[in-house]
Design a protein around this ligand. Structure first.
Ligand SMILES: Nc1ncnc2c1ncn2[C@@H]1O[C@H](COP(=O)(O)OP(=O)(O)OP(=O)(O)O)[C@@H](O)[C@H]1O
Ligand SMILES: [Mg+2]
Length: 460
């Protein structure tokens, strides 16, 4: 345990430091508040023992500044009777304890033991929080398929390192979720997680967004602005859609990754940043490199640890659990009962390709909960037609299994096209017939057969 002693009385400093050293502590000393603060901000101290009356600043001010550097700092103030009240307000400001003058060394020892206990408890707390965060992080990532298990294992492994991670996967596969899980399971979990959507912000603004600017850097720069990198200090920055970043900005980003410093616009200073970078893209970056749209050197910097999330159609095992999860979430949010699918409907859901992946499945479940009558068991024909009919493969398998009623399907299509044409023509039959490439009389016959005519006003 390292202890910092601050007192302007050299005799007390001597007495205390030899006592503490004898007890096995490492001790540094300072005679003014200012020296004490600069020692504190440079080193790691488990405990600060300070006199209340210092020549330059008082113990309360000093404590406040120490706590602003490290909110977990343990401070013990030594005060005379005259300043008890101030000592009490210091406790309110977060000081750990105070000792009245004149003190004996036993009191100091007791106070230090208390502080040690608190430190141990805090360390345990941090560990527990990390364990909880890890299990939470794994909890809201649904999926027990082999590839999801592998993904979760990889997340836990990379989380404890400082390495830059590149998350790839189609749109809606959960890239942001993975980035958050990495951050939460990492030793930086207490620090910020700052997402930046590099694809959504125009290039000139993106540079400002990432690196900030100095006052006067451009016309609208009326004050200094801190960039996202500096906001993420001590935590992680998530650079989403990195594949869409311009080449010029890619070069600047590369420099930041290499040198770990940022230079705000309009200033010539560069500031060190301690940030973990997690990037994501749904583009195939090797292609982008070949086409000259992505820097190869940046790619290698980012891709230290690649994490690829497979599309949902390659891990259909996860679908039932995901449906349960979204069912639970949305029915809870909206107060409707959960939606249930017949086994035939489930078959369609399994066979569908889900191009929008988990996001699409999520929206689908939400929509079904809202649109379907309560208590209804969803059948294939209740599903959106792209899921119902799926790919042509799907149709083939319907035919194969003798499950398709061609006549009914064609009638359904006929009705839908005729209704669309009539809507477009404002009910004018001759115009609708032209849109459909039919003779007017044929259209009218079909309308009669399908019972459509009734609802459409007769033309003049
Ligand atoms: N394994 C999962 N378990 C539960 N929800 C998930 C899972 N994966 C993704 N989601 C949910 O799906 C939605 C899309 O995820 P996310 O935004 O992370 O995808 P993305 O890959 O970043 O998509 P895009 O490329 O469109 O930005 C989110 O609402 C997310 O919570
Ligand atoms: Mg995303």
């Amino acid at each position: 345990m390292r202890v910092l002693l601050i007192d302007d009385d050299p005799e007390i400093l001597d007495l205390l430091s030899s006592f503490l050293e004898m007890k096995g502590y490492e001790v540094d000393t300072a005679e003014t508040g200012k020296d004490g603060l600069s020692l504190f901000s440079a080193g790691k101290y488990s405990l600060v023992i300070s006199d209340y009356m210092l020549p330059d600043i008082d113990g309360l001010q000093a404590s406040r500044q120490i706590l602003s550097i490290d909110e977990d700092a343990l401070i013990i103030l030594i005060t005379g009777h005259g300043s008890i009240e101030s000592a009490v307000s210091a406790i309110k400001a977060g000081v750990f304890d105070y000792i009245l003058k004149p003190f004996d060394l036993d009191q100091i020892e007791v106070a230090i033991h208390k502080a040690e206990k608190v430190t141990a408890l805090k360390a345990e707390n941090v560990k527990l929080r990390q364990v909880i965060a890890q299990s939470e992080g794994a909890d809201n990532m649904i999926g027990r398929s082999r590839s999801m298990k592998e993904l979760k294992r990889l997340i836990r492994r990379v989380a404890v390192t400082q390495a830059t991670v590149l998350v790839t996967g189609e749109s809606g596969t959960g890239k942001e979720l993975v980035a958050q899980a990495i951050h939460r399971a990492s030793p930086r979990a207490k620090g910020p997680f700052i997402p930046v959507n590099c694809g959504a912000i125009p290039d000139n603004l993106l540079e400002d967004e990432l690196f900030g600017h100095k006052k006067g850097a451009f016309t609208d720069a009326i004050a200094d602005r801190i960039g996202r990198f500096e906001q993420a200090e001590g935590g992680s920055i998530f650079l989403d859609e990195i594949g869409n970043m311009s080449l010029a900005l890619q070069a600047k980003l590369l420099r930041v990754l290499q040198e770990r410093i940022v230079s705000p616009l309009g200033g010539d200073e560069s500031r060190p940043v301690d940030v973990r970078v997690i990037a994501a893209t749904n583009l195939f970056l090797a292609d982008e490199i070949r086409k000259g749209r992505f820097r190869e050197d940046l790619y290698y910097r980012l891709n230290v640890i690649p994490i690829h999330i497979p599309p949902l159609r390659e891990r259909t095992d996860d679908i039932p659990q995901l449906i349960d999860f979204f069912n639970h979430r949305f029915s809870g949010l909206m107060g409707f009962p959960e939606i249930r699918f017949s086994s035939k409907a489930m078959k369609c859901i399994f066979e569908y390709s889900w191009p929008g992946n988990i996001r699409q499945l999520e929206n689908f479940v939400e929509r079904m909960i809202v649109l379907q009558p309560e208590g209804h068991l969803v059948q294939p024909e209740d599903l959106p037609s792209d899921i119902h009919l799926g790919s042509t493969d799907n149709l083939d398998s319907y035919v194969f299994e003798g499950r398709i009623d061609l006549k009914a399907k064609l009638t359904e299509m006929e009705r839908s096209y005729i209704e669309q044409a009539l809507a477009l023509s404002g009910g004018t039959r001759s115009e609708a017939a032209r849109l459909l490439g039919l003779k007017r009389t044929t259209l009218i016959q079909k309308m009669k057969k399908l019972g459509i005519g009734d609802k459409v006003p007769e033309e003049k």
